[in-house]
Design a protein around this ligand. Structure first.
Ligand code: ZN
Length: 139
């Protein structure tokens, strides 16, 4: 399944938790697939995905503030396209996350959300969501 994310700013974190949960529910329904692993993969070089707190919006603001500090816009980059900071941030954050699900529900912690990370927007982006069935939680 592919999810489309339209970003509105140069650098931005967008909570896509509900979209991923919908993808899990839709993919599992009618297939007897209650448990498994959900892979969230971003096929871009200037965007990524991360899991962090989605209760207090200041957390994502702080993450972006620090990423912008440690990866400055000007640093003598060589890449001709002029968006090297976005490439560096994408590498720091990573292109995928793996989240287990049980009874069609993502096993996220109370304060966790899944964020699409835009580093060279605004753009229309894709997120691949793949379900791998059969990893039942055993005690
Ligand atoms: Zn580039």
């Amino acid at each position: 399944m592919i999810i489309t994310v339209k970003t509105g700013q140069k650098t931005e974190l967008i909570d896509i938790t509900s979209k991923i949960q919908e993808a899990v529910s839709a993919s599992c329904t009618g297939k007897g697939m209650e448990n498994g692993l959900c892979m969230i993969y971003v096929p871009h070089t200037t965007a990524g995905v991360t899991i962090n707190e989605n209760a207090d919006p200041d957390v994502k603001s702080d993450i972006l503030m620090i990423l912008n500090k440690i990866v400055p816009w000007e640093a003598g980059y060589r890449h001709m396209e002029g968006n090297s900071p976005a490439h560096v941030k994408a590498t720091l954050v990573g292109a995928s996350e793996l989240v287990a699900f049980e009874n069609k529900k993502l096993l996220l912690g109370t304060w966790q959300g899944i964020f699409f990370c835009e580093f060279d927007g605004p753009r229309t982006r894709k997120v691949h969501v793949k379900m791998m069935p059969g990893f039942r939680h055993e005690i």
